[in-house]
Ligand binder design. Structure first.
Ligand SMILES: O=C1C[C@@](O)(C(=O)O)C[C@@H](O)[C@@H]1O
Length: 246
C-alpha cells in the first residue's frame, strides 16, 4: 500500500489529523441564502466550513464566486460538488461537475472529490488542487450499506492512497455496522496515523457522529442550517456534546 497522505494536513491554517475538527456544512438553494448563513452563523466551535455547491438550484450562478470570496472571514472553506449517486444533488454531467470544481478551487482552502469519480476526471481535480497547493479530501459514500470490516478497511486504505484526508461515509443498517466502522477507524488510525473521517449515516449511525472522534476520526460534519446528509446532529448539539461530554 502506498499512502501518500501526511500525518497532519493543513486546511487553510487549521491542522487536521491530531484532534477532531468541526465542519459546518452549508447547503442552501441560492447564493443569497448561502451568504446569509455565513453572516449569521454562530461560530461556537466551528473549525471549518463545507460549501455544498451541488445543493444550489443553480450551481453555476456567477454570483457564487463573490459569495465565496471571504465567505466567513477566518474560517477555511472546503468545496464540495456532490454527485447524485453519493448523496448529492448535482444533475449535470461528470465533466461539468469537475469543470466547476476546478473553476471554484481558487476561492477555497480544500476540495472534496469522490473516490469513485472516473479516473481521468479525478486526476484533473487532484492536479488542480496540487497546483494551488490545496489539500484534497477523497470521499466515499455508500448510501445504502456499510460492508464488513475487511471492506471498510480496504475503503479507508484506498482513500488514503489517493488523497490527503480520507472520508468514508456509510449507511449503517445495524449496530454491528457502526461497531465495525468504529473498530476499523481505530485500527487504521493507530497503524497509519493519517487524517481520516468515518461516519455511519442514518438514524442507527447517528451516535457515531460524536463517538467516532474517540476512535480516531478527525472531522465532525454538522449542518450549518439545513441537513446535508441523513442522521446529522445539529451544530449546537455537537458543540454542547463536545464541551460537556467529550
Ligand atoms: O461527505 C460528507 C459527510 C456528510 O455526508 C455527512 O454524512 O455528514 C455530509 C456531506 O455534506 C459531506 O460532504
Amino acid at each position: 500500500m502506498r499512502v501518500s497522505a501526511k500525518d497532519l494536513v493543513d486546511v487553510g491554517g487549521v491542522d487536521v489529523g491530531d484532534s477532531p475538527r468541526v465542519v459546518a456544512s452549508v447547503g442552501e438553494r441560492d447564493v443569497g441564502k448561502l451568504v446569509d448563513v455565513g453572516e449569521n452563523l454562530d461560530l461556537g466551535r466551528v473549525d471549518l466550513l463545507e460549501l455544498r455547491v451541488d445543493l444550489l438550484d443553480d450551481p453555476f450562478d456567477p454570483e457564487l464566486r463573490r459569495g465565496l470570496s471571504n465567505f466567513v472571514p477566518g474560517v477555511p472553506v472546503i468545496l464540495t460538488v456532490r454527485r447524485e449517486s453519493e448523496g448529492g444533488d448535482f444533475r449535470g454531467s461528470e465533466n461539468k461537475r469537475v469543470d466547476l470544481l476546478c473553476k471554484l478551487i481558487d476561492f477555497v482552502d480544500a476540495v472534496d472529490i469522490e473516490y469513485r469519480t472516473q479516473g481521468d476526471l479525478r486526476d484533473r481535480v487532484l492536479q488542480r488542487a496540487q497546483e494551488e497547493g490545496l489539500p484534497v479530501i477523497v470521499s466515499l459514500h455508500k448510501m445504502d450499506r456499510a460492508g464488513k470490516k475487511d471492506e471498510l478497511r480496504n475503503d479507508l486504505e484506498s482513500l488514503l492512497e489517493t488523497g490527503d484526508i480520507a472520508k468514508l461515509a456509510v449507511k449503517a443498517n445495524s449496530l454491528k455496522d457502526c461497531l465495525n466502522l468504529l473498530d476499523v477507524t481505530q485500527e487504521v488510525k493507530k497503524e497509519l496515523k493519517k487524517p481520516i473521517c468515518s461516519i455511519a449515516m442514518g438514524d442507527i449511525g447517528r451516535f457515531t457522529r460524536v463517538v467516532a472522534p474517540l476512535f480516531g476520526s478527525d472531522l465532525i460534519y454538522a449542518p450549518a442550517r439545513n441537513e446535508t446528509a441523513p442522521g446529522q446532529i445539529p451544530l449546537e448539539k455537537i458543540n454542547y456534546i463536545l464541551k460537556n461530554l467529550l
